[in-house]
Design a protein around this ligand. Structure first.
Ligand code: G1P
Length: 312
């Protein structure tokens, strides 16, 4: 069986949820602390053993290419200044070959993946979506590759979500289960509230056999008027079984504003340098908030205090 050595990162989305920040900057370049979100994704792929990544970009995404380009001047300066830790950080993504292709029209995720078909050729490959950062002992994509290399079937990463959140995801109707691995009766993209077949949702990590391109090729439009990857997966599942794997790890949704803030806070909590300062700051914000509401309750209004505490 061919090994999984290539991966696609679709990064052509418009990022409207983060406007105006994303007017001139790709949403994939929004940082979680000091690292652009897309770099977390690239690093996961590298740790999973991927050797070639193709990033599917669109209009206004040049900053992604610049970011991953080698920065000779910066690297020389860091070396001269003896800032070797920073230099290592800057050079981390040099361990993989990065390639770029443009999705010329925003026709959806399925279409974005299809755009990379010539680069993939007749090999199995991974897909990592940029809105989902996953942390854990074993990189999420590696867990899926291990399943692919054991059973030879395409495999989709899933996790449980709250049942009132299923309409935001692709959801599976699970069949037989062996530990964390499921056979799947049906894949449904964004089921209407109350109609989801389970609470196991697709979380932005996939390993595919190249057969998936045959179904993406049909270009059928699905939910939201877009060519949906999930619909092609369902078709593939009818021809050659597709597995779902409930991966281990924590998944962060950086594709929407609250998720982005929570991810930043959560990563700050794990940072030795930031943790205590952030905790102290939050404690004092909470104190101010309580003080402000107690003050309002007594009939006085101190807008100054209330607004300092706003937003957290
Ligand atoms: C996409 C997929 C969906 C998946 C989700 C994970 O949706 O279409 O199946 O559950 O990513 O983040 P999007 O978030 O692009 O609407």
């Amino acid at each position: 069986m061919k090994k999984v050595k290539k991966a696609i990162i679709p990064a052509a989305g418009l990022g409207t949820r983060f406007l105006p920040a994303t007017k001139a900057m790709p949403k994939e370049m929004l940082p979680i602390i000091n690292k652009p979100t897309i770099q977390y994704i690239v690093e996961e792929a590298i740790e999973a053993g991927i050797e070639d990544i193709i990033i599917v970009t669109g209009k206004g995404k040049r900053a992604i290419e610049d970011h991953f380009d080698s920065a000779f001047e910066l690297e020389t300066k860091l070396l001269e200044a003896g800032k070797l830790e920073l230099l290592k950080e800057v050079q981390r993504s040099a361990k993989v070959e990065l390639h770029y292709i443009r999705q010329k029209e925003p026709k959806g995720l399925g279409h974005a993946v299809w755009c990379a078909r010539r680069f993939i050729g007749n090999e199995p490959f991974g897909v990592l979506l940029g809105d989902d950062i996953v942390t854990g002992k074993v990189p999420c994509l590696r867990q899926l590759i291990d399943q692919y290399e054991t059973y030879g079937k395409s495999v989709i990463g899933v996790q449980n979500v709250a049942s009132d959140m299923t309409h935001r995801y692709g959801v599976i109707d699970p069949g037989e289960r062996r530990d964390r691995l499921y056979s799947v009766n049906r894949f449904v993209e964004k089921p209407k509230p109350g109609t989801a077949p389970s609470d196991l949702a697709i979380m932005g990590r996939y390993v595919f056999s190249p057969k998936i391109f045959d179904y993406l090729e049909l270009m059928e439009v699905g939910a939201g008027g877009e060519i949906q990857l999930t619909d092609a997966i369902q078709k593939l599942n009818e021809e050659e079984q597709v597995h779902a794997y409930q991966f281990e790890g924590t998944r962060y949704d950086v594709g929407e504003r609250l998720g982005y803030i929570l991810t930043t806070l959560s990563f700050a909590m794990k940072s030795k340098d930031l943790r205590q300062d952030v905790l102290d700051m939050m404690a004092s914000m909470l104190k101010e908030e309580r003080y402000a509401s107690a003050f309002e309750y007594r009939g006085g209004v101190d807008h100054g205090l209330a607004s300092t505490a706003g937003g957290v």
